[in-house]
Design a protein around this ligand. Structure first.
Ligand code: OSB
Ligand code: MG
Length: 368
């Protein structure tokens, strides 16, 4: 495979409703899309870098810089045997996984299209449909939170995750548990607590949560191990886990019992698959996290989620939960049983709507 041309685009997509986490609120998504011409095939990837460096250090600006000034020169015109080789070729660049994932996942789309295979099959996926959950942002009142949860359950979603932060933790969880005693419920703190908050987090044990996601520091695996010893609720790590070495350290230290895998955070499909395989060997279930992706990133998430150890419902939900209109055809839909059918068309299996993408584009750079 040879990369002949790379088109970077920044599109702006407004969320249907602002999404609030412990680190801030997102309303307008700035999304960096990669369109790669690989042997004449148009292949697509999405960088999940945010508008600001609050979830991790990468932003749309850093991803654009790394893609244009480092990743493109490393790969352009080079003969590459398989998409599975791209991750190691990019190893000289440290970090910047969201930039890498945008390009690496496009190679996987290209190889799957070349072989006329759905990407899920090329990756080794075994599921025909994937179980879905929702991630609900911090709400102004308990009433609004309950209404959002009610709607998601009526739509069929299999588990509910709510964002928490200090001061908005035990009370909203209690309100939900009183109203919905039996649902699969979990919380995500996005690193908003410290180990000294262990007694407060311990209160959550009484609500039978599936897990508490990333309560402590974004790079602090060690403290999570200490906290996990004090909690009955399983800890799931998100921000802490950038590669298979982090995953191994977290598992061996007992810092988590579940891992959230995000393509952007780990640097693409090859890295995600290695982490998936390690977790499977260690009996640690994984699930696919979300980064408020457009349809292109979502399609890659669906393909990855078809791997066997994606045993728990992920944060991969229907296009219509996020956007008035997505940028792919068809849009991502969720069944009344809370599942997404893994597409059977070649590559990512959804067609990017070029006309719509162009009309949303704020900045474009063509590298050839
Ligand atoms: O921690 O999982 C997270 C969104 C942006 C940044 C971090 C996270 C999230 C979500 C949203 O939880 C998941 C989704 O795409 O629905
Ligand atoms: Mg998270």
């Amino acid at each position: 495979m040879r990369l002949r041309k790379l088109t970077l685009r920044e599109i702006h997509l407004r969320l249907l409703a602002p999404f609030q986490t412990s680190f801030g609120t997102t309303d307008l998504r700035r999304i960096l899309l990669v369109e790669a011409d690989i042997d004449g095939i148009a292949a697509w990837g999405e960088s999940t870098a945010g508008e600001n460096p609050f979830y991790c250090y990468e932003t749309v600006e850093t991803a654009w810089h790394i893609l244009r000034d480092y990743l493109w020169p490393m790969l352009r015109g080079r003969e590459i045997a398989a998409a599975a080789d791209v991750w190691d070729l990019l190893a000289p660049v440290r970090g910047h996984h969201m930039a890498k994932a945008a390009l690496e996942t496009a190679f996987w789309d290209a190889e799957a299209k070349q072989k006329n295979l759905p990407l899920a099959k090329l990756l080794g996926g075994t599921r025909e449909e994937i179980p879905c959950g929702v991630s609900i942002g911090i709400q102004p009142t308990a009433g609004e939170l309950i209404a959002k949860v009610e709607k998601a359950l009526a739509d069929g979603y299999q588990r509910i995750k709510i964002k928490i932060k200090p001061g908005l933790d035990a009370a909203p969880v209690r309100a939900l548990r009183e109203k919905f005693p039996g649902i699969r419920l979990m919380v995500d703190a996005n690193s908003a607590y410290r180990l000294e908050d262990a007694p407060l987090l311990k209160q959550l044990d009484s609500f039978h949560l599936m897990m508490i996601e990333q309560p402590l520091g974004c790079d602090d695996i060690f403290s999570h191990a200490e906290l996990q010893r004090q909690l009955e609720t399983p800890i799931c790590l998100d921000e802490c886990i950038h590669n298979v070495d982090d995953a191994r350290a977290a598992i061996e230290l007992g810092a988590c019992q579940i891992i959230n895998i995000k393509l952007g955070r780990v640097g693409g499909h090859t890295s995600a698959r290695r982490m998936h395989d390690l977790c499977q060997a260690k009996s640690i279930p994984v699930w696919c996290g979300g980064m408020l992706e457009s349809g292109i990133g979502r399609a890659h998430n669906i393909a990855m989620s078809s791997l066997p150890n994606f045993a728990l419902p992920g944060d991969v939900a229907a296009s219509r939960r996020y956007w008035q209109e997505d940028i792919i055809e068809p849009e991502v839909e969720v069944s009344s049983r809370g599942t997404i059918r893994v597409p059977s068309a070649p590559g990512i299996g959804y067609a990017p709507r070029l006309d719509r993408i162009e009309s949303l584009t704020q900045r474009r750079e063509v590298l050839e």
